[in-house]
Design a protein around this ligand. Structure first.
Ligand SMILES: [Zn+2]
Length: 366
C-alpha cells in the first residue's frame, strides 16, 4: 500500500504501517489531554493503543498463516487506523478452507482474551461496586491495562464476526452458504447482507463514532467490488481465449515509426499493437506509451515497445488470463499456438465477451 512504512518481517510476511496511523496516535494524545489527563495517562493510552494494534497484527498473522496451509501466500500486513489488512494473494475457493482462514483471525484474539482472563485476579474484582471500578480505572495500573486489553480483544472477536462481507464474519457466512449454494450465489447473498450492514454502520457511526463511518464505506464498496469479481469469474468459467480472440489486428513491423501507429489509431478502433519481426512477436506497443510519445512521431516503435511480456495459448482459460493480465499489469497480450501468432487478447474484449454472455444468459433464462 502506498504511503506505508515497513516495520519488519514476521514469518516472511512484510509488516507495514500506513502513515494515517500517526493521526490515530495524535488523536489519542489529544483526547487524553482534553479530558484533563497528564503525561502518565498519555503514555498509558499510547501504550494501550500500540499493544492493541500488536494484537491486530497477530490477528492478521492468524489469517496469513492459515492461508499458508492452503498454499496461499500473503504479500504484506498493513496497519491502518481502522484496523489491519492482510494482502492475501487470493481467497481460498473451497468453503471449508475459506471458513478456516476467516476464523483464524478472530480465534487469535479469542485466545489472547482467554489468556488475559486467566492472568487477572478475577476473584478480587467480584465484590467491586461501581464506585470501586471508578477509582480503579481513574489511576493507570497494570491490572487496568490488562482489563482494557481483555475488553478490546473480546470486542475485536465480536465485531469481526458481524456478518458484514467482506469482513471476517461475512466471509464465514459466505463459506457456510458455499456448502449449499454455488460460490457466485453465496457471494451475492453475503455481499447484499454486507451492504445492508454497511448502511447500519453508517447510520450508527454518524451518531456514535466516526471510525464506524469509514468502516461502513470500506464494507460497502468492498462487498460491491468482490461480488463483481466473483460474478465475472463465474461467467468466464469454462471459456477459453479462443472465444474472445482478436484476429482483425494490425501488426507493426519492427522498423515502423510511431506515426504509423498513430495513423492506425485514427483510422480504426485499435488502441494497442503487436510489433513483429520475421513472423515472430518482438514487442507490445501500448496505448499509454503511444500517447506519452505522441509529440515525437518519428520515434521508432522499437524504442517505445515493451520487449518482455508473456504470451497466451488459445486454449487457456479466460479466468486465468484475466488473472495473468492483472498480475503483469498488461491489458493486451499476443496469443500463440506452437510459436505461431493467432491474434491477440485484450481485457476490453474479455469485458465485451462477459457483457454479451450476460445478455445471452438473460434472454435464454426467461
Ligand atoms: Zn480478520
Amino acid at each position: 500500500m502506498k504511503g506505508s512504512w515497513v516495520l519488519g518481517k514476521v514469518a516472511g510476511i512484510k509488516i507495514q504501517v500506513h502513515w494515517t496511523f500517526t493521526l490515530l496516535l495524535l488523536w489519542v494524545l489529544f483526547s487524553n489531554f482534553r479530558e484533563g489527563g497528564d503525561g502518565v495517562s498519555a503514555l498509558f493510552s499510547l501504550a494501550l493503543v500500540l499493544v492493541l494494534f500488536g494484537c491486530v497484527v497477530l490477528h492478521e498473522l492468524g489469517h496469513a498463516l492459515m492461508a499458508r496451509k492452503y498454499q496461499i501466500t500473503t504479500r504484506s500486513i498493513t496497519l491502518l487506523p481502522i484496523g489491519g489488512v492482510a494482502a492475501l494473494e487470493k481467497i481460498p475457493e473451497k468453503p471449508k478452507e475459506e471458513l478456516a482462514v476467516a476464523l483464524a483471525g478472530p480465534a487469535v484474539n479469542a485466545g489472547i482474551a482467554l489468556v488475559l482472563l486467566l492472568l487477572l485476579p478475577l476473584r478480587h474484582y467480584a465484590g467491586f461496586e461501581p464506585e470501586d471500578w471508578e477509582t480503579f480505572f481513574s489511576q493507570p495500573s497494570v491490572a487496568g491495562f490488562l482489563i482494557y486489553l481483555f475488553m478490546a480483544n473480546a470486542m475485536l472477536v465480536a465485531f469481526n464476526l458481524i456478518p458484514a462481507f467482506p469482513m471476517d464474519g461475512g466471509r464465514v457466512l459466505r463459506a457456510l452458504l458455499g456448502f449449499y449454494y454455488s460460490r457466485a450465489r453465496a457471494t451475492e447473498i453475503a455481499a447484499r447482507l454486507g451492504q445492508a450492514v454497511a448502511f447500519l454502520f453508517l447510520f450508527l457511526g454518524l451518531f456514535l463514532n466516526p471510525f464506524l463511518v469509514i468502516i461502513a464505506i470500506f464494507v460497502y464498496f468492498g462487498a460491491y467490488a468482490e461480488n463483481q469479481m466473483v460474478q465475472q469469474e463465474d461467467r468466464l468459467k469454462g471459456h477459453t481465449v479462443r472465444e474472445a480472440l482478436l484476429t482483425q489486428i494490425s501488426l507493426l513491423p519492427c522498423d515502423a515509426t510511431l506515426q504509423q501507429a498513430i495513423d492506425l489509431i485514427l483510422k480504426g478502433t485499435e488502441k494497442d499493437f503487436l510489433v513483429v519481426r520475421e513472423g515472430g512477436v518482438c514487442g507490445i506497443l501500448n496505448n499509454a506509451e503511444i500517447a506519452r510519445a505522441a509529440t515525437r512521431p518519428d520515434t521508432p516503435v522499437s524504442e517505445l515497445m515493451l520487449g518482455e511480456f508473456p504470451s497466451v495459448r488459445p486454449d487457456a482459460g479466460l479466468t486465468e488470463t484475466i488473472q495473468l493480465m492483472s498480475r503483469e499489469k498488461q491489458k493486451f497480450l499476443p496469443v500463440l499456438e506452437d510459436g505461431r501468432l493467432l491474434g491477440a487478447i485484450s481485457s476490453e474484449n474479455i469485458s465485451e465477451f462477459i457483457l454479451l454472455r450476460t445478455a445471452a444468459g438473460h434472454s435464454t433464462a426467461t
